[in-house]
Design a protein around this ligand. Structure first.
Ligand code: G1P
Length: 291
């Protein structure tokens, strides 16, 4: 068994109902954040974290993602003929980003089930899971930070952030305590998917990045439907906790929920302000608005 984290699973079979009507035909993972589909941010983060093999779990109507990461012969040939070398490099760059495999999730049975669909492609080695809706802006890629923790501690690692108030009910929530030697690490003793505010065991919410040991697959196979009638990844990891160590990790960086309209707007503004080509112009425009 390889001990190195080489593979990353991207569950991308969801319906994207939070973003209707934009996602009626277009996969939510293909919505553009400034000028890049949101899934590409996750793929670039994985590659920058040392991942060599990307596994995208797709579903019906998600073909645009496969086309996006493939060579576009007609587009590339046209750009070449017109001498548009910079755009050609952008188009070719996307298709040579990483080695990508696809597997279909035939029924929308939940996040745990989506991860289980990647079992054969992952095999018997530790792997990452990236939820493409969660776009994370960080100096050191979030997944790289987590792989470093995995390599040091040797247990599964879940990205977390503190969520105050009733908003915690939208997340998987950890039970446990802060590590004595590293305040970014949380030693898990339990976890619950989308608890009621009154029942939340802590303010530590799971964010869409995981480094997991392959034992999770056997446990997901035994996981019965939980919150929302779906097979939950959180419930599988809760079972893993009985056998192995699991850590929460407060990453350095800022997370945006780009699967939600308001979260996407926030990401759009902040990512646009950082763009060297038009960041200053955009800042001046925002300042000129009668807010
Ligand atoms: C999923 C997970 C949840 C996690 C969240 C992070 O929920 O099930 O544990 O906190 O992602 O974004 P979803 O947002 O798919 O409902």
């Amino acid at each position: 068994m390889s001990k190195r984290v080489r593979k990353a699973v991207f569950p991308a079979g969801g319906l994207g109902t939070r973003f209707l009507p934009a996602t009626k035909v277009i996969p939510k993972e293909m919505l553009a954040l400034v000028d890049k589909p949101i899934i590409q941010y996750g793929v670039e983060e994985a590659v920058a974290s040392g991942i060599e093999h990307i596994i995208i779990v797709t579903g019906r109507g998600k073909g645009a993602m496969e086309d996006h990461f493939d060579h576009s012969f007609e587009l590339d040939a046209t750009l070449e003929r017109r001498g548009k070398s910079e755009l050609l490099a952008v188009s070719r760059g996307v298709s040579s980003l990483a080695h990508i495999s696809y597997v279909r999730q035939k029924e929308p049975k939940g996040l745990g089930h989506a991860v289980l669909c990647a079992k054969e492609l992952v095999g018997d080695e530790p792997f990452a899971v990236i939820l493409p809706d969660d776009v994370i802006d960080a100096e050191v890629p979030c997944l790289k930070q987590m792989i470093d923790v995995f390599n040091q501690r040797g247990g599964s690692v879940l990205a977390t952030q503190t969520v105050e108030g009733p908003g915690i009910s939208a997340y998987g929530v950890l039970a446990g305590s802060q590590d004595a030697s590293d305040s970014r690490i949380y030693n898990c003793t339990g976890m619950v998917e989308k608890p009621r505010f009154e029942d939340a065991p802590s303010k530590q919410a799971i964010i869409g990045r995981y480094v997991l040991t392959p034992r999770i697959f056997a446990l997901l196979e035994q996981t019965t439907p939980g919150a929302g009638g779906e097979i939950q990844l959180t419930d599988g990891i809760k079972a893993l906790l009985k056998e192995e160590k699991v850590f929460g990790y407060t990453f350095e960086g800022k997370r945006f929920d780009a699967g939600d309209k308001f979260g996407m707007l926030q990401a759009m503004v902040e990512f646009a302000l950082k763009r060297p080509e038009f960041g200053d112009k955009f800042r001046a425009y925002l300042k000129s608005l009668p807010l």
